[in-house]
Design a protein around this ligand. Sequence first.
Ligand code: NDP
Ligand SMILES: CC(C)CCC[C@@H](C)[C@H]1CC[C@H]2C3=C(CC[C@]12C)[C@@]1(C)CCC(=O)[C@@H](C)[C@@H]1CC3
Length: 345
Amino acid sequence: MERVVIVTGANSGIGLALCERLLTENSQIRLCLACRNMQRAEAARSALLTSHTGACVDLLHLDVGSVRSVLTAAKEVKTRYRKIDFLYLNAGIMPNPQVDIRAFIKGLFSRNVINMFATAEGLLTQQDHLNSDGLQEVFATNLFGHFLMIRELEPLLCQAGHTSRVVWTSSSNARRSAFDIEDMQHRNGTEPYSSSKYASDMLSLALNRQKNSQGLFSSVICPGLVMTNLTYGILPSFFWTLIMPIMWLIRIFTNTFTLTPYNGAEALHWLFLQAPESLDPRAKYHSLTSGLGTNYTEPQRMDIDEEMSEALYKKLLKLETVVRRKLSEENADNKAYQQYLNETE
Ligand SMILES: NC(=O)C1=CN([C@@H]2O[C@H](COP(=O)(O)OP(=O)(O)OC[C@H]3O[C@@H](n4cnc5c(N)ncnc54)[C@H](OP(=O)(O)O)[C@@H]3O)[C@@H](O)[C@H]2O)C=CC1
Ligand SMILES: CC(C)CCC[C@@H](C)[C@H]1CC[C@H]2C3=C(CC[C@]12C)[C@@]1(C)CCC(=O)[C@@H](C)[C@@H]1CC3
Protein backbone atom coordinates (compact mmCIF):
# COMPACT_ATOMS: atom_id res chain seq x y z
CA MET A 1 0.00 0.00 0.00
CA GLU A 2 1.12 3.57 -0.71
CA ARG A 3 2.84 5.24 2.25
CA VAL A 4 2.31 8.95 2.89
CA VAL A 5 5.53 10.71 3.90
CA ILE A 6 5.64 14.42 4.82
CA VAL A 7 9.02 16.15 5.09
CA THR A 8 9.35 19.68 6.50
CA GLY A 9 12.22 21.78 5.15
CA ALA A 10 12.39 19.51 2.10
CA ASN A 11 13.54 22.09 -0.44
CA SER A 12 17.27 21.90 0.33
CA GLY A 13 20.04 20.18 2.28
CA ILE A 14 19.31 17.10 4.36
CA GLY A 15 15.52 17.23 3.79
CA LEU A 16 15.90 17.19 0.02
CA ALA A 17 18.54 14.44 0.17
CA LEU A 18 16.15 12.36 2.29
CA CYS A 19 13.41 12.77 -0.35
CA GLU A 20 15.82 11.70 -3.09
CA ARG A 21 16.86 8.63 -1.06
CA LEU A 22 13.27 7.68 -0.20
CA LEU A 23 12.25 7.75 -3.86
CA THR A 24 15.38 5.88 -5.00
CA GLU A 25 15.32 3.15 -2.41
CA ASN A 26 11.59 2.58 -1.82
CA SER A 27 8.56 2.18 -4.04
CA GLN A 28 4.94 3.11 -3.34
CA ILE A 29 5.57 6.42 -1.62
CA ARG A 30 3.45 9.54 -1.74
CA LEU A 31 5.89 12.29 -0.81
CA CYS A 32 4.79 15.71 0.44
CA LEU A 33 7.38 18.49 0.52
CA ALA A 34 6.28 20.90 3.26
CA CYS A 35 8.18 24.11 2.58
CA ARG A 36 8.23 27.81 3.38
CA ASN A 37 9.82 28.96 0.12
CA MET A 38 7.58 27.65 -2.66
CA GLN A 39 9.90 28.69 -5.48
CA ARG A 40 12.65 26.51 -4.04
CA ALA A 41 10.04 23.82 -3.33
CA GLU A 42 8.97 23.81 -7.02
CA ALA A 43 12.62 23.50 -8.05
CA ALA A 44 13.13 20.61 -5.60
CA ARG A 45 10.01 18.86 -6.91
CA SER A 46 11.17 19.24 -10.53
CA ALA A 47 14.60 17.84 -9.65
CA LEU A 48 13.02 14.84 -7.89
CA LEU A 49 10.66 14.19 -10.80
CA THR A 50 13.52 14.40 -13.30
CA SER A 51 15.31 11.53 -11.58
CA HIS A 52 12.08 9.67 -10.66
CA THR A 53 9.60 10.06 -13.50
CA GLY A 54 6.06 9.27 -12.43
CA ALA A 55 6.75 9.59 -8.70
CA CYS A 56 4.01 11.10 -6.50
CA VAL A 57 5.45 14.34 -5.15
CA ASP A 58 3.09 16.92 -3.62
CA LEU A 59 3.88 20.41 -2.37
CA LEU A 60 2.53 22.02 0.77
CA HIS A 61 3.10 25.58 1.88
CA LEU A 62 4.32 25.57 5.48
CA ASP A 63 6.15 28.20 7.45
CA VAL A 64 6.75 26.17 10.55
CA GLY A 65 7.76 29.32 12.45
CA SER A 66 4.28 30.85 12.03
CA VAL A 67 1.31 29.61 14.05
CA ARG A 68 -1.19 30.71 11.39
CA SER A 69 0.73 28.92 8.63
CA VAL A 70 1.01 25.68 10.64
CA LEU A 71 -2.75 25.62 11.30
CA THR A 72 -3.56 26.33 7.64
CA ALA A 73 -1.09 23.70 6.41
CA ALA A 74 -2.43 21.07 8.83
CA LYS A 75 -5.96 21.76 7.66
CA GLU A 76 -4.83 21.24 4.07
CA VAL A 77 -3.08 17.96 5.00
CA LYS A 78 -6.31 16.70 6.60
CA THR A 79 -8.25 17.35 3.40
CA ARG A 80 -5.59 15.70 1.19
CA TYR A 81 -4.66 12.52 3.10
CA ARG A 82 -6.55 10.01 5.20
CA LYS A 83 -3.44 8.84 7.11
CA ILE A 84 0.19 9.81 7.58
CA ASP A 85 2.85 7.11 7.76
CA PHE A 86 5.92 9.29 8.31
CA LEU A 87 6.22 12.90 9.39
CA TYR A 88 9.83 14.06 9.17
CA LEU A 89 10.28 17.19 11.29
CA ASN A 90 13.41 18.42 9.60
CA ALA A 91 13.07 22.18 9.03
CA GLY A 92 15.45 24.09 11.25
CA ILE A 93 17.40 27.30 11.61
CA MET A 94 20.55 28.60 13.29
CA PRO A 95 20.40 32.38 12.83
CA ASN A 96 23.47 34.62 13.11
CA PRO A 97 25.91 31.98 14.35
CA GLN A 98 29.20 33.11 15.92
CA VAL A 99 32.20 30.80 16.38
CA ASP A 100 34.31 31.40 19.49
CA ILE A 101 37.76 31.25 17.87
CA ARG A 102 39.63 31.32 21.20
CA ALA A 103 37.61 28.36 22.51
CA PHE A 104 38.23 26.55 19.20
CA ILE A 105 42.03 27.01 19.40
CA LYS A 106 42.04 26.06 23.08
CA GLY A 107 39.91 23.00 22.26
CA LEU A 108 42.37 21.90 19.55
CA PHE A 109 45.00 21.33 22.23
CA SER A 110 42.74 19.73 24.80
CA ARG A 111 41.82 16.08 25.41
CA ASN A 112 38.26 17.02 24.39
CA VAL A 113 39.20 17.77 20.78
CA ILE A 114 37.20 14.90 19.20
CA ASN A 115 34.11 15.78 21.23
CA MET A 116 34.54 19.43 20.22
CA PHE A 117 34.45 18.51 16.51
CA ALA A 118 31.46 16.20 17.04
CA THR A 119 29.28 18.49 19.14
CA ALA A 120 30.74 22.02 18.83
CA GLU A 121 30.27 22.25 22.61
CA GLY A 122 31.22 25.73 23.84
CA LEU A 123 32.03 26.94 20.30
CA LEU A 124 28.81 28.36 18.94
CA THR A 125 26.42 31.11 19.98
CA GLN A 126 23.51 32.64 18.04
CA GLN A 127 21.44 35.82 18.10
CA ASP A 128 17.74 35.15 18.30
CA HIS A 129 14.72 37.48 18.18
CA LEU A 130 10.95 37.55 18.67
CA ASN A 131 8.80 36.59 15.68
CA SER A 132 5.41 38.04 14.75
CA ASP A 133 3.65 35.56 17.09
CA GLY A 134 5.71 36.94 19.98
CA LEU A 135 7.76 33.72 20.24
CA GLN A 136 11.55 33.31 20.08
CA GLU A 137 12.22 32.46 16.42
CA VAL A 138 14.53 29.47 16.96
CA PHE A 139 12.18 27.88 19.50
CA ALA A 140 9.17 28.56 17.24
CA THR A 141 10.81 27.07 14.15
CA ASN A 142 12.85 24.19 15.51
CA LEU A 143 10.35 23.04 18.14
CA PHE A 144 7.00 24.71 18.74
CA GLY A 145 5.74 24.86 15.12
CA HIS A 146 6.46 21.16 14.76
CA PHE A 147 4.75 20.42 18.08
CA LEU A 148 1.66 22.31 16.92
CA MET A 149 1.73 20.42 13.62
CA ILE A 150 1.72 17.09 15.48
CA ARG A 151 -1.14 18.26 17.71
CA GLU A 152 -3.20 19.37 14.70
CA LEU A 153 -2.50 16.16 12.81
CA GLU A 154 -3.26 13.83 15.72
CA PRO A 155 -6.44 12.54 14.04
CA LEU A 156 -4.27 11.26 11.17
CA LEU A 157 -1.28 10.22 13.28
CA CYS A 158 -3.15 8.38 16.03
CA GLN A 159 -5.49 5.96 14.31
CA ALA A 160 -6.66 2.59 15.59
CA GLY A 161 -4.89 -0.28 13.81
CA HIS A 162 -2.35 2.01 12.12
CA THR A 163 1.20 2.94 13.08
CA SER A 164 2.53 6.44 12.39
CA ARG A 165 6.01 7.78 12.90
CA VAL A 166 7.47 11.20 13.56
CA VAL A 167 11.21 11.72 13.16
CA TRP A 168 13.00 14.82 14.45
CA THR A 169 16.22 16.07 12.87
CA SER A 170 17.99 16.94 16.09
CA SER A 171 21.70 17.49 16.61
CA SER A 172 24.66 16.38 18.70
CA ASN A 173 24.84 20.09 19.55
CA ALA A 174 21.73 19.54 21.76
CA ARG A 175 22.91 20.09 25.32
CA ARG A 176 21.16 19.75 28.65
CA SER A 177 23.05 22.69 30.18
CA ALA A 178 21.81 24.99 27.38
CA PHE A 179 18.17 24.25 28.28
CA ASP A 180 16.24 25.75 31.18
CA ILE A 181 12.69 24.56 31.81
CA GLU A 182 11.87 27.98 33.30
CA ASP A 183 13.02 29.59 30.05
CA MET A 184 12.07 26.96 27.45
CA GLN A 185 12.15 29.53 24.62
CA HIS A 186 15.70 30.48 25.58
CA ARG A 187 14.91 34.19 25.86
CA ASN A 188 17.83 34.80 28.19
CA GLY A 189 20.68 32.75 26.72
CA THR A 190 23.01 32.74 23.73
CA GLU A 191 22.56 29.11 22.62
CA PRO A 192 18.97 28.94 21.34
CA TYR A 193 19.88 26.26 18.75
CA SER A 194 21.38 23.92 21.33
CA SER A 195 18.42 24.54 23.66
CA SER A 196 15.80 23.93 20.94
CA LYS A 197 17.44 20.67 19.84
CA TYR A 198 17.66 19.43 23.45
CA ALA A 199 13.97 20.32 23.81
CA SER A 200 13.14 18.27 20.69
CA ASP A 201 14.99 15.26 22.21
CA MET A 202 12.90 15.60 25.37
CA LEU A 203 9.67 16.12 23.48
CA SER A 204 10.29 12.97 21.46
CA LEU A 205 10.58 10.95 24.67
CA ALA A 206 7.41 12.52 26.08
CA LEU A 207 5.53 11.84 22.83
CA ASN A 208 6.48 8.17 23.02
CA ARG A 209 5.22 7.95 26.58
CA GLN A 210 1.98 9.75 25.74
CA LYS A 211 1.19 8.36 22.30
CA ASN A 212 2.71 4.89 21.74
CA SER A 213 -0.51 3.31 22.95
CA GLN A 214 -2.33 5.23 20.17
CA GLY A 215 0.04 4.02 17.47
CA LEU A 216 2.33 7.08 17.25
CA PHE A 217 6.10 6.55 17.60
CA SER A 218 8.72 9.29 17.74
CA SER A 219 12.48 9.15 17.09
CA VAL A 220 15.37 11.62 16.94
CA ILE A 221 18.42 11.64 14.75
CA CYS A 222 21.62 13.62 14.33
CA PRO A 223 22.85 13.97 10.73
CA GLY A 224 26.44 14.82 11.75
CA LEU A 225 28.27 17.84 10.33
CA VAL A 226 26.85 18.37 6.82
CA MET A 227 27.64 21.04 4.23
CA THR A 228 24.29 22.81 3.73
CA ASN A 229 22.90 26.35 3.78
CA LEU A 230 22.91 26.05 7.57
CA THR A 231 26.68 25.42 7.77
CA TYR A 232 27.33 28.02 5.03
CA GLY A 233 25.82 30.47 7.51
CA ILE A 234 28.58 29.60 10.00
CA LEU A 235 31.51 29.90 7.59
CA PRO A 236 31.31 30.89 3.90
CA SER A 237 31.07 28.03 1.40
CA PHE A 238 34.42 28.86 -0.28
CA PHE A 239 36.12 28.49 3.11
CA TRP A 240 34.53 25.07 3.68
CA THR A 241 35.66 24.03 0.18
CA LEU A 242 39.17 25.25 0.95
CA ILE A 243 39.44 23.20 4.14
CA MET A 244 37.72 20.10 2.72
CA PRO A 245 40.96 18.00 2.76
CA ILE A 246 41.29 18.82 6.49
CA MET A 247 37.69 17.76 7.01
CA TRP A 248 38.32 14.40 5.29
CA LEU A 249 41.32 13.98 7.57
CA ILE A 250 39.26 14.77 10.67
CA ARG A 251 36.74 12.18 9.49
CA ILE A 252 39.35 9.49 10.21
CA PHE A 253 39.15 10.41 13.91
CA THR A 254 35.46 11.30 14.18
CA ASN A 255 32.87 9.55 12.02
CA THR A 256 30.46 12.45 12.69
CA PHE A 257 31.80 14.48 9.71
CA THR A 258 29.25 13.08 7.28
CA LEU A 259 29.75 16.18 5.09
CA THR A 260 27.25 15.50 2.26
CA PRO A 261 23.45 15.80 2.61
CA TYR A 262 23.18 12.24 1.22
CA ASN A 263 25.36 10.88 4.07
CA GLY A 264 23.60 13.13 6.60
CA ALA A 265 20.22 11.65 5.63
CA GLU A 266 21.46 8.11 6.44
CA ALA A 267 19.77 7.79 9.87
CA LEU A 268 16.56 9.39 8.56
CA HIS A 269 16.35 6.79 5.83
CA TRP A 270 17.48 3.95 8.10
CA LEU A 271 14.61 4.73 10.47
CA PHE A 272 12.19 4.48 7.55
CA LEU A 273 13.18 0.83 7.23
CA GLN A 274 12.90 -0.11 10.92
CA ALA A 275 9.92 -1.49 12.83
CA PRO A 276 9.02 1.14 15.47
CA GLU A 277 8.81 -1.46 18.26
CA SER A 278 12.49 -2.29 17.71
CA LEU A 279 13.60 1.30 18.42
CA ASP A 280 14.80 2.74 21.71
CA PRO A 281 12.85 5.91 22.65
CA ARG A 282 15.85 7.11 24.70
CA ALA A 283 18.29 6.77 21.80
CA LYS A 284 19.42 9.38 19.32
CA TYR A 285 20.20 7.74 15.99
CA HIS A 286 23.36 9.18 14.45
CA SER A 287 24.25 9.26 10.76
CA LEU A 288 27.94 8.35 10.65
CA THR A 289 30.50 8.12 7.85
CA SER A 290 33.79 6.25 8.25
CA GLY A 291 37.16 7.52 7.02
CA LEU A 292 36.67 5.32 3.94
CA GLY A 293 33.28 6.87 3.23
CA THR A 294 30.99 4.06 4.45
CA ASN A 295 27.65 5.22 5.86
CA TYR A 296 25.97 3.67 8.85
CA THR A 297 23.56 4.48 11.69
CA GLU A 298 24.35 4.07 15.36
CA PRO A 299 22.18 4.76 18.42
CA GLN A 300 23.53 6.75 21.39
CA ARG A 301 21.66 7.06 24.68
CA MET A 302 20.37 10.59 25.32
CA ASP A 303 21.01 12.44 28.56
CA ILE A 304 17.33 13.04 29.37
CA ASP A 305 15.39 13.15 32.56
CA GLU A 306 11.82 11.82 32.33
CA GLU A 307 10.40 14.36 34.76
CA MET A 308 11.76 17.30 32.80
CA SER A 309 10.50 15.88 29.49
CA GLU A 310 7.03 15.53 31.01
CA ALA A 311 7.22 19.10 32.39
CA LEU A 312 8.20 20.37 28.93
CA TYR A 313 5.27 18.54 27.31
CA LYS A 314 2.85 20.16 29.79
CA LYS A 315 4.36 23.61 29.22
CA LEU A 316 4.03 23.22 25.45
CA LEU A 317 0.37 22.26 25.84
CA LYS A 318 -0.17 25.39 27.94
CA LEU A 319 1.58 27.58 25.39
CA GLU A 320 -0.55 26.02 22.67
CA THR A 321 -3.72 27.08 24.53
CA VAL A 322 -2.41 30.64 24.91
CA VAL A 323 -1.38 30.89 21.27
CA ARG A 324 -4.72 29.54 20.02
CA ARG A 325 -6.63 31.99 22.24
CA LYS A 326 -4.56 34.89 20.94
CA LEU A 327 -5.23 33.81 17.37
CA SER A 328 -8.98 33.54 17.80
CA GLU A 329 -9.03 36.98 19.46
CA GLU A 330 -7.10 38.39 16.48
CA ASN A 331 -9.55 36.70 14.09
CA ALA A 332 -12.53 38.17 15.98
CA ASP A 333 -10.90 41.64 15.92
CA ASN A 334 -10.28 41.37 12.17
CA LYS A 335 -13.87 40.29 11.58
CA ALA A 336 -15.22 43.20 13.66
CA TYR A 337 -12.95 45.64 11.81
CA GLN A 338 -14.07 44.28 8.44
CA GLN A 339 -17.70 44.61 9.48
CA TYR A 340 -17.06 48.20 10.62
CA LEU A 341 -15.48 49.01 7.24
CA ASN A 342 -18.42 47.48 5.40
CA GLU A 343 -20.90 49.45 7.48
CA THR A 344 -19.11 52.79 7.02
CA GLU A 345 -18.76 52.39 3.26
N1 NDP B 1 23.94 20.85 8.48
C1 NDP B 1 24.30 20.31 9.62
O1 NDP B 1 25.51 20.12 9.88
C2 NDP B 1 23.29 19.91 10.61
C3 NDP B 1 21.94 20.15 10.45
N2 NDP B 1 21.05 19.75 11.41
C4 NDP B 1 19.61 19.97 11.24
O2 NDP B 1 19.20 19.49 9.97
C5 NDP B 1 17.99 20.13 9.59
C6 NDP B 1 18.08 20.52 8.13
O3 NDP B 1 19.07 21.51 7.98
P1 NDP B 1 20.10 21.55 6.79
O4 NDP B 1 19.66 20.66 5.70
O5 NDP B 1 21.44 21.39 7.37
O6 NDP B 1 20.03 23.07 6.38
P2 NDP B 1 19.23 23.83 5.19
O7 NDP B 1 19.31 25.25 5.57
O8 NDP B 1 19.72 23.38 3.88
O9 NDP B 1 17.76 23.28 5.37
C7 NDP B 1 16.88 23.81 6.28
C8 NDP B 1 15.49 23.65 5.72
O10 NDP B 1 14.56 24.14 6.69
C9 NDP B 1 13.71 25.03 6.02
N3 NDP B 1 13.16 26.01 6.93
C10 NDP B 1 13.81 26.92 7.69
N4 NDP B 1 12.93 27.68 8.36
C11 NDP B 1 11.70 27.24 8.00
C12 NDP B 1 10.38 27.62 8.32
N5 NDP B 1 10.14 28.63 9.16
N6 NDP B 1 9.35 26.94 7.76
C13 NDP B 1 9.57 25.94 6.91
N7 NDP B 1 10.78 25.54 6.54
C14 NDP B 1 11.83 26.19 7.08
C15 NDP B 1 14.54 25.68 4.94
O11 NDP B 1 13.68 26.22 3.96
P3 NDP B 1 13.80 27.72 3.31
O12 NDP B 1 14.21 27.48 1.92
O13 NDP B 1 12.44 28.29 3.43
O14 NDP B 1 14.81 28.46 4.14
C16 NDP B 1 15.29 24.46 4.45
O15 NDP B 1 14.52 23.72 3.57
C17 NDP B 1 17.82 21.32 10.54
O16 NDP B 1 16.86 20.99 11.51
C18 NDP B 1 19.19 21.44 11.21
O17 NDP B 1 19.11 21.97 12.50
C19 NDP B 1 21.45 19.08 12.52
C20 NDP B 1 22.76 18.82 12.73
C21 NDP B 1 23.79 19.20 11.80
C1 LIG C 1 39.31 23.59 10.43
C2 LIG C 1 37.93 23.32 10.80
C3 LIG C 1 37.37 22.10 10.48
C4 LIG C 1 37.21 24.47 11.35
C5 LIG C 1 35.76 24.27 11.73
C6 LIG C 1 35.46 24.81 13.08
C7 LIG C 1 33.97 24.96 13.41
C8 LIG C 1 33.37 26.05 12.57
C9 LIG C 1 33.23 23.62 13.32
C10 LIG C 1 33.83 22.58 14.29
C11 LIG C 1 32.72 21.67 14.71
C12 LIG C 1 31.55 22.08 13.83
C13 LIG C 1 30.15 21.64 14.13
C14 LIG C 1 29.05 22.41 13.75
C15 LIG C 1 29.28 23.74 13.10
C16 LIG C 1 30.73 24.03 12.65
C17 LIG C 1 31.74 23.59 13.70
C18 LIG C 1 31.48 24.38 14.97
C19 LIG C 1 27.63 22.03 14.08
C20 LIG C 1 27.27 22.79 15.33
C21 LIG C 1 26.64 22.42 12.97
C22 LIG C 1 25.22 22.11 13.32
C23 LIG C 1 24.98 20.94 14.21
O1 LIG C 1 23.82 20.69 14.48
C24 LIG C 1 26.10 20.14 14.80
C25 LIG C 1 25.87 18.66 14.76
C26 LIG C 1 27.49 20.51 14.27
C27 LIG C 1 28.58 19.99 15.22
C28 LIG C 1 29.97 20.27 14.72
